[in-house]
Design a protein around this ligand. Structure first.
Ligand code: PFF
Length: 456
């Protein structure tokens, strides 16, 4: 299919709220609830949170606006968008490709973590989740993450759900689900925090979250804050460009982007407000790592009334939050084949889903060292899973963000760029945004990269 003729398989958002919720659904996911608390814990608390918030406001938000605006104006997915704006053979098209490729990798590890959540939901229902003390619950996580066959099965179920939903089309698939799930998740988080306020560790947990000890932030912490800011907003890979491309021409991008960022940040902070009080109450170190929520929450469920039921609901909602993020990754990869190769939606999602399932295998087997992990670990020094999460979130996603800032800030002509920004927005807002894309984002990202590799 030639650039210029949008495919009849494309969709359009039904309502502004539907779009905001779906885009926020892409942003709010495992990144907020599973990953954010444990990297805050590993990086010593408040100082990391502060740097992260600065990255969100000054880098993530402006690039989100750039992606959404670009998608809305060209009504095309990343590869086609760059072809249209920079020329078919331009090197910028590589940025579109990067997004599609990283979308595959991202979903491959994401689905494994979501698969663990699935197992936890079942364990919670059966009441087996929170028997014993912290050591036992920690061991349960070790067993589940180390169970290769179980992890493969969980990941496949998650990928299958994604394929079914994205296959159903943009409005019916994504929009309808996001409308219900996001508010439900927020309400449950608030309820659980209400419970956490009654625990001994609440004050210490909150103090940890707001303790601004800059000394606790090492070289890697800065890169992690930057990478996570992009990852959590789903920015840098073209996923938001794809969602923006389903926006009708006149809808405002800036206000939508602010709403998405606010919701995403609220959920991330709420999950910390829940997890750290629990961790301190039950004597878990905040630097527990990827198992942090898988241990702290079951401990709480064991103590509260109807904990088995609440636990099951919590993990199911978490899987749903993961789904609304997974959908956008699959949509990102599949929509390339729909828009540029003329595949039907069904063909695109099943084939792309199949490839992602294969890519998920080494991630799922990573914990069962005898199958795969040990060889890789001996070679690279850490598990394939850890390696991939680091590569995607800390390096490839901000690299894509840098590309978007440079492209929109420097490469687009002034008229085209202004046309992609909201028509009615005050000139000062436009100028501020452009200044950030040109003069703040590129050097900041490059400096943080240099520091990450130890050159600064
Ligand atoms: N923002 C998602 C999260 O925080 O879980 C992850 C994500 C989804 C990143 C979609 C990128 C993407 F295209």
């Amino acid at each position: 299919m030639t650039p210029g003729a949008p495919s009849p398989e494309r969709g359009v958002w039904v309502s502004r709220w539907g779009f905001v919720l779906a885009a926020a659904g892409s942003a709010v996911g495992l990144g907020n609830i599973w990953r954010f608390p444990y990297i805050v814990g590993e990086n010593g608390g408040g100082a990391f949170v502060l740097v992260y918030l600065l990255c969100i406001v000054f880098l993530g938000l402006p690039i989100l606006v750039a992606e959404l605006g670009m998608g809305r104006s060209v009504q095309r997915t990343p590869v086609g968008a760059f072809q249209l704006l920079a020329g078919r053979r331009s090197a910028w098209v590589g940025l579109g490709w990067l997004g599609v490729a990283v979308g595959f990798l991202l979903l491959s590890f994401y689905s494994v973590v979501a698969g663990w959540m699935l197992r936890y939901a079942f364990l919670a229902v059966s009441g087996a989740l929170s028997r014993g003390g912290v050591a036992e619950v920690q061991q349960t996580f070790g067993t589940i993450a180390g169970d290769g066959a179980g992890s493969v099965a969980g990941a496949l179920v998650f990928i299958g759900l994604n394929v079914a939903m994205v296959g159903a089309g943009i409005q019916r698939g994504v929009e309808r689900w996001s409308r219900i799930l996001m508010p439900a998740l927020l309400v449950l988080l608030l309820g659980l925090i209400g419970y956490a306020t009654t625990l001994d560790g609440f004050a210490v947990g909150v103090a940890f979250l707001f303790r601004f000890d800059l000394g606790a932030l090492d070289r890697g912490g800065l890169l992690e804050a930057l990478g996570h800011a992009f990852f959590t907003l789903s920015v840098g890979l073209g996923g938001m460009l794809t969602y923006g491309s389903y926006l009708p021409g006149r809808s405002g991008v800036v206000e939508n982007a602010v709403a998405i960022v606010l919701l995403d940040t609220v959920v991330a902070m709420l999950s910390c407000l829940l997890v750290f009080p629990l961790a301190f109450t039950f004597g878990l170190p905040p630097s527990e790592g990827p198992g942090l929520i898988f241990v702290s929450l079951p401990m709480a469920f064991a103590q509260m009334p109807a904990g088995g039921f609440v636990g099951a609901v919590f993990f199911v909602l978490l899987i749903c939050a993961a789904l609304t993020s997974g959908l956008s990754m699959l949509e990102l990869a599949a929509s390339y084949f729909i828009d540029e190769r003329g595949w039907t939606r069904r063909q695109a999602v099943t084939r792309v889903g199949g490839i992602i399932a294969v890519l998920a295998l080494p991630c799922a087997l990573t914990g069962s060292t005898e199958v795969f992990g040990s060889g890789f670990e001996a070679l690279v020094g850490r598990s394939y899973f850890d390696f991939l999460v680091d590569l995607v979130t800390n390096w490839l996603t901000p690299l894509g963000g840098l590309g978007f800032a440079l492209f929109v800030g420097w490469r687009l002509g002034p008229g085209v760029r202004r046309g992609q920004f909201d028509e009615g927005a005050p000139e000062a807002v436009y100028r501020g945004w452009l200044a950030v894309l040109r003069f703040l984002a590129p050097p900041a990202i490059v400096l943080i990269f240099l520091r990450g590799i130890g050159l600064l």
